[in-house]
Ligand binder design. Structure first.
Ligand SMILES: Cc1cc2nc3c(=O)[nH]c(=O)nc-3n(C[C@H](O)[C@H](O)[C@H](O)COP(=O)(O)O)c2cc1C
Length: 170
């Protein structure tokens, strides 16, 4: 069985998750710009960072090139991972994948530190006024992805690997 992990990451949070999954499984991981052609793979893990409620543009372009693949979809974002916003982000990523006839076996999102320069810029523009709730969320995001996130992502990826392996070699 052939599997690989492909991720897009701007500030390193999603890369950290991808690398932990790679280490736990022995499956190679690639930044999306170096991703091998997907045709030869039975299972792909596709990682993205959330930008304006959607997978980032590079990840979206990669997803658009995938057809009829088994996929584990993962990502990082600044919002609370159980929030409606996070759920909508995940649903959007899954919908993009499913448009290409891909099967999403599982999906996982965790928080990732938001670039402080981006936070400062949005303060200056007034797009996201700072509130106590926002500050608390950003402080928590700054601690992620943490060990627990890395373990959870790895476990769920290992489960997908086992499921596809079992389906191919019953
Ligand atoms: C331009 C920009 C837009 C973002 N938009 C969102 C968003 O809509 N929702 C969210 O929860 N986080 C958002 N974030 C936070 C990132 O998704 C988060 O910090 C992520 O972990 C970055 O991953 P990376 O380090 O792999 O690049 C945004 C960050 C940037 C820089």
């Amino acid at each position: 069985m052939r599997a690989c992990i492909v991720y897009s990451s701007c500030t390193g949070n999603t890369r950290k998750v991808a690398e932990a999954m790679s280490e736990a499984s022995g499956v190679p991981c690639y930044a999306v710009r170096n991703a091998p052609a997907p045709q030869d793979y039975d299972l792909l893990a596709v990682g993205f960072w959330v930008r304006k409620g959607l997978p980032d543009a590079r990840a979206q372009r990669y997803i658009q090139g995938l057809e009829n693949k088994n996929v584990f979809c993962f990502g990082t974002l600044g919002a609370w991972p159980q929030s409606e916003h996070a759920l909508n982000c995940l649903r959007s990523a899954e919908a993009l994948l499913e448009e290409g006839g891909n099967t999403v076996l599982d999906s996982f999102l965790c928080q990732g530190k938001v670039n402080p320069q981006v936070v400062a810029a949005s303060q200056r523009k007034g797009t996201h006024p700072m509130s106590a709730a926002r500050q608390e969320r950003l402080q928590e995001a700054a601690r992620h992805p943490d060990e627990n996130d890395l373990q959870t992502a790895s476990q769920r990826w290992l489960r997908c690997l086992t499921a596809v392996h079992t389906a191919l070699h019953p």
